[in-house]
Design a protein around this ligand. Sequence first.
Ligand code: HEM
Length: 218
Amino acid sequence: MTQTEVTLKPSKLRLVQGLIVLLAGIVLAFAVGRMLRDVPHLADGTLPADEIDRAYVEHPWLAYLHIAPSVVYLIGAPIQLAHRIRSKHYTLHRRLGRVLLSCALLGGAFAIVFGVLHPYGGPGEAGASVVFGLWFLVCLVNAFRAIKRDDVVQHRRWMIRAFAVGIGVGTIRIWIFVFTAAGWLDFPDAFAVAFWLAFAMHVAFAEWWLRTSPQPRG
Ligand code: HEM
């Protein structure tokens, strides 16, 4: 079936939009929670007792050069992907796009650095951070290169792939909750498995979406 023969069902679009809101909400809640836990320690010069929290307070630059630009990207990317806004406000799309692309590249690069140097989930999490962090960066660079040669269709496809990885952070949290609440894995192992599972699911989901949904040309 060619892409022009496929029509996007409103129910499918609504379902995916709902999932994006849910997952972005989870990520933003964790980002706020992270700041609320870290800032008092950073202000007082103390270290938290909790092992996960300690890495963020001991290495705030590495951690927040990942978290802060990534949050900006995650909030702004849905605006960029919305066809209605993109087609009506192209100048906004271009200007915001430059800011968000810079944020995503910075956040992605520091995701790899922090994930390799301070992974709570050990080598399993570090490996997933490298693999999917690199994939995230590759998608962004390909999206940028596509728009530089005015290939809007490929630009959009690579941006959807990148966003699918970014929003996967919310699914990681859901898996960690499931694994630990069910007593199947301890906390560090749950991190490692959840990183691989969630990001792999999201990479696969993006490919499914791109194959089964009509792609607007602008
Ligand atoms: C693009 C949107 C992203 C946002 C908004 C985001 C946000 C966050 C936040 C808020 C934390 C702190 C978690 C906590 O307090 O529990 C975090 C940690 C982390 N993120 Fe991201 N992230 C994003 C993408 C990524 C990507 C693409 C990767 C790697 C493939 C990644 C790797 C990591 C790692 C390794 C940690 C440290 C986890 C640990 O404590 O061991 N993130 N991120």
